[in-house]
Design a protein around this ligand. Sequence first.
Ligand code: BGC
Length: 565
Amino acid sequence: MTSPLSTSLLHARTQDDVPWWRSAVIYQVYPRSWADSNGDGIGDLPGITSRLEHLAALGVDALWLSPFYVSPQADAGYDVADYRTVDPVFGSLSDADALVARAHELGLRVLVDLVPNHTSDEHIWFQAALAAGPGSRERARYLFRDGTGPDGSQPPNGWRSVFGGPAWERVTEPDGTPGQWYLHLFDVKQPDLDWTNPEVRAEFESVIRFWLDRGVDGFRIDVAHGMVKAEGLPEWTQEQELLHGADAHAPKPPYWDQEGVHDIYRDWHRIVEKYDGDRVLVAEAWVEPPERLARYVRDDELHQSFNFSYLVTPWRAEDLRDVITTSVRATDAVGAPTTWVLSNHDVIRHATRFGFEAGTKLPTGIGAHHEQPDREAGLRRARAATLVMLALPGSAYLYQGEELGLPEHTTLPDEVRQDPTWVRSSYDHRGRDGCRVPVPWEADAPSFGFGPTDAGWLPQPAEWRELALDQQRGVEGSTYEVYRQALRLRREHGLGLGSLEWVEGAFGRDVLTFVNDGVLVLANTGTTPVALPQGAKVLLGSGELAGSADQVLVPADVTVWARVR
Ligand code: BGC
């Protein structure tokens, strides 16, 4: 018995008039760690261009590049000092143009990161604000406030930085006296902009046009739920971690998900729709529940938002079913596609997350002294989870290296850590470096082919040799080949534009079963094998299947795609 769950895009459209992004698979490239062309140990744009064929061969539709703009790199480029120039560490503007051109030749679209909540403290605007003093037009672009207490030596309120510590920093005024305070929801080197200021709005509209004019296909919008703060900056003293900002039941901090952000997105929508080629705006918004998140992708706002509720769901059939159902319902209600994601540069890679018992509360970054994951189980479940994700209608996001089955680096020496979270949490939260380690391409090359030398801004674990692309390409059953086949089948069967029907009952509560346009997807999250229905023709398994030709068995932690019609 099946129970249908519609997806709105199906009702009127044919495949040809559906914008590309509604079903796209988009691959996140973290520029520091993908490919280094000059051997300085930091990945760069020419390196990315030289490896784009990998993405075409893998079969994704687009890539999204994390920031490569001029930046002191206090938060790995999410602290932008000049939004229109490429940081020399990553190359030049003409390297960016060459990357976009080559990607387009290969049929790949390119999304770039837009960081509008804050600038770097080295941005010309912030430097001018420091020099100009209180009450100036320059300060009004940021959130400067007088301190509290008799001499203003206490911060304006008790807001906490996402990376730890207070969210306010006191400045020294041009005359040398201790002065005002400025808000930084992230690092002290990332002052928040004041989005009620028309100058700020005009500047970002211009930045958006700048990159659209250079041919990019869209933007991923950083901290899209944080740009507008509640009027009067009301008190809020709870710790606020990036990844724990999305609890549906907890009271909402006065700086997340405020109504005013939607006006900004309506303005941006109007800009983007004037360009040809279905350009796209994607929200990084840690907002729950899904109905609340869906407000970001209403018809006249952004096009997609990352589905972090899905990302944080454990490998458990019941939980997966719930989150998939609520996500699809919520986006259907506003006519947008649902998105799916399992890993990115801010979270523990899913091959490692799933190596812990479902429901384990993991630290913010795993260090050598923490409990270590079961690597084999983690990879097995990660592959199974990926096959669930890639069979769902809507758009999916992959994070570089997951197609190789890369785990988190969970034993990085503390002295190499670079994530500001580590320092700002007073060396309590190890942070996100473990998911940002340079990618292995060739087993026997220096830095496993990341660059021409052994240099790497973070060390690669020796065991990654066997995960290098050249060890997996053409090897049946390798993680890379499973991803490649899945992407090919997804395309052939139109799964991204498909519909979803739950198959009820037959398999028990540990098994997630649905049909998408004639393809049965069965994910066994339990501990005992499950029989595939007779007559179902296997298309792909995330791991080896058992049983016989007449009676295929799907082992624990394996997902299978099978043709049923
Ligand atoms: C990015 C992070 C970054 C933060 C501040 C995020 O959500 O994904 O990597 O540290 O915004 O820009």
